[in-house]
Design a protein around this ligand. Structure first.
Ligand code: NDP
Ligand code: MG
Length: 390
């Protein structure tokens, strides 16, 4: 029996994880669940899987949750320390890291330091603190399995993904596929007018609002380039983004002998979640088998960096190293929030990020505290830029 903690149980990844777990009650048991504010949704999840512990964001939310599930054996807690506790407890084996944004860093790191099996959806944590996070994974013998569909596909297409530099594995390039999001073919001059709902309407995936906006700007792909760098030890020049609007191939690895290995499947996050949960075995995920005979043509082309300036900013941040990716991530979170709240336009997102990157000088990232200090400075600079555009 594998005991699981789900950080971010009420989100899109959280719901898909609960769906896969419910198909295999003899193999998995939920130890703890977390949410931030969506107490009713968390109460419903507690009712169906009866975890020992549930964590929310505030005392008020905890009181509301406790009232809703008073008849259950679940203890209710709140705050960051409680998140770190359920991620590192001796009573859990596996942690699904599915909180959105920088808020996921502390508990995901706590899971790494406790040597857990980590199913990593929260790419922002890795982008912010790549070297420190990977060092903690190695030092404490944690197991890190990628949930992001592209990285899960790369992991499946590599002979031994971790602890081996790609060059030694004969890897020529990592080909990270991108759908291009909802605005791939929209006239560039109209992008300033798009609404949050239009930006969140992804053609192939149903996801939370933050990552949906990131997909529309292609910052999501930029964060994924940085994520791939840390997960697979590949330098920026060895990672290539390929637009593939159908999202059937989830990424590829190109080898020096001319072979290209790919992972294909219907676009449904339950596949990578089931893969990582059962790894190295396989379990059913509820995802329909891919019917190749029903498939239209698959297309591939290079990304347009003028249409998607955020992708270029992310490559620059990766090449700059140190705290530059943390600055990029923090500024992006502020800009996306402001866009979702209609305080800035879609085309202002990259402007705000650029402003923050110009205003705050990046440096080395010797500790998590140093990263968080830079993160705070970038948020301040980005908020300033938002205010001046507003
Ligand atoms: P959602 O917005 O759907 O869910 C986010 C979850 O995090 C919710 O449970 C939410 O709680 C919780 N949360 C939000 N803010 C905080 C906070 N400040 N502190 C603690 N918990 C918080 O996001 P997704 O499921 O779409 O994405 C989750 C992560 O997975 C992201 O990092 C994303 O990049 C990554 N990912 C997602 C994919 C997808 O298909 N959705 C694909 C690949 C990666 P509440 O509901 O109470 O607000
Ligand atoms: Mg992805």
């Amino acid at each position: 029996m594998q005991r699981i903690t789900i950080l971010g149980a009420t989100g899109s990844i959280g719901a898909s994880t609960l769906d896969v777990l419910a198909r295999h009650p003899e193999q998995y048991q939920v130890y703890a669940l977390s949410a931030h504010t969506r107490v009713e949704e968390l109460a419903a999840a507690c009712r169906s899987c009866r975890p020992a512990r549930a964590v929310v964001g505030s005392a008020d939310a905890a009181a509301r949750l406790a009232a809703l599930i008073a008849d259950l054996p679940t203890s209710v807690e709140y705050g960051e320390q409680a998140l770190c506790d359920i991620a590192s407890s001796a009573d859990t084996d596996t942690v699904m890291a599915a909180i959105v944004g920088a808020a996921g860093l502390a508990p995901t790191l706590a899971a790494a330091r406790a040597g857990k099996k980590i199913l990593l959806a929260n790419k922002e944590a890795l982008v912010m603190s790549g070297q420190l996070f990977m060092d903690a994974v190695r030092e404490h013998n944690a197991t890190l399995l990628p949930i992001d569909s592209e990285h899960n596909a790369i992991f499946q297409s590599l002979p031994a993904a971790f602890g081996r530099v790609p060059a030694a594995a004969g890897v020529a390039k990592i080909l990270l596929t991108a759908s291009g999001g909802p605005f791939l073919n929209r006239a560039v001059e109209t992008l300033g007018d798009v609404t949050p709902d239009e930006a969140c309407k992804h053609p192939n995936w149903v996801m939370g609002r933050k990552i949906s906006v990131d997909s529309a700007t292609m910052m999501n792909k930029g964060l994924e380039v940085i994520e791939a760098h840390w997960l697979f030890g590949a330098p920026a020049d060895q990672i290539e983004v390929v637009i593939h609007p159908q999202s059937v191939i989830h990424s590829m690895v190109s080898y020096v002998d001319g072979s290209v290995l790919a992972q294909l499947g219907n676009p449904d996050m339950r596949t990578p979640i089931a893969h990582a949960l059962a790894y190295p075995d396989r379990i059913a995920s509820g995802v329909a088998q891919l019917d190749l005979t029903q498939m239209a043509a698959l297309q591939f082309f290079p990304p347009d960096f003028t249409r998607f300036p955020c992708l270029a900013l992310a490559f620059d941040a990766l090449r700059a190293g140190g705290t530059a990716p943390a600055l990029l991530n923090a500024a992006n979170e502020v800009a996306v929030d402001a866009f979702l709240e209609r305080r800035i336009g879609f085309r202002d997102i990259d402007r705000v990020i650029r402003h923050a990157l110009d205003a705050v000088e990046h440096g080395p990232a010797p500790s998590i505290e140093a990263v968080l200090a830079q993160d705070a400075r970038a948020r301040e600079a980005a908020a300033h830029a938002v205010a001046s555009l507003h």
